[in-house]
Design a protein around this ligand. Sequence first.
Ligand code: GLU
Ligand code: ZN
Length: 281
Amino acid sequence: MSSVTRFAPSPTGPLHLGHAFSALTAFARADAAGGVMLLRIEDLDRSRARPEWEALIAEDLAWLGLTWPRPVMRQSERSGAYDDALARLWEAGLLYPCTCSRRDIEAAAGAPQEGAPLLGPDGLIYPGTCRADAAGPVPPGGALRLNMRNAVEDLGQIRFSETGRAPLGTVSVAPETLIEGIGDVVLRRRDGAAAYHLAVVVDDAAQGITEVVRGEDLFEATAIHVVLQHLLGLATPAYHHHRLIRDEHGKRLAKRDDARALSTLRAEGWTPLDVRRAVGL
Ligand code: GLU
Ligand code: ZN
């Protein structure tokens, strides 16, 4: 099987040096194996995504010397595939509607007697207020959560192969870690759109991704993705979580750091080689 990687930016701002490092790494890893890097536009957040940013992404990547096959996958065009996956999980009795606001969750999670509320990769671990056995058809709107305890019941250890950050090799996550350290994640958001964890799994499979190359901030979320792959009957790709590019204060670069936008650097006379050097490639 030939190598297929992807670069999956959200078109909510300009690409910066961190994105350049991620895209260059994904491209180089595919290229070295005679494969291709695909582009996927993660525009599920319709209130923040803009076509201008998507156009600039293509311009920046081309300037860096990268190529990718067309058509490009856009998550805003994929709601049918996400609904099919949600229906399958719903019918398996693994989802339930949740009407909690962020404030409700903070109040319920903070209420227990001892200590600080538990934090998972999505923030506060959901205290389970709305957890129930679902019946009937999939509700047409509103948030849906995964019942993590039921989801991992028959899976045993969750495993995936990692080549980017330690621990390298086969990473093994215990079901209890998913139940207690991650909890009932949202798979459909309150606005009815698919949540990131669901979309990423459905799309990586649909695009035939063999190796997911992305920042190490998403390492902890990978176990959630592997659980969903098992539940949906999808193959688990290999994973390569790379280091994050930080500014001179050691702070992670973010979209708002427009000073480091590739388009700004380009206008200042930077070359693609300057970008490679700046990110240590
Ligand atoms: N869209 C995500 C981001 O821009 C990437 C998600 C992923 O690579 O799985 O951070
Ligand atoms: Zn709830």
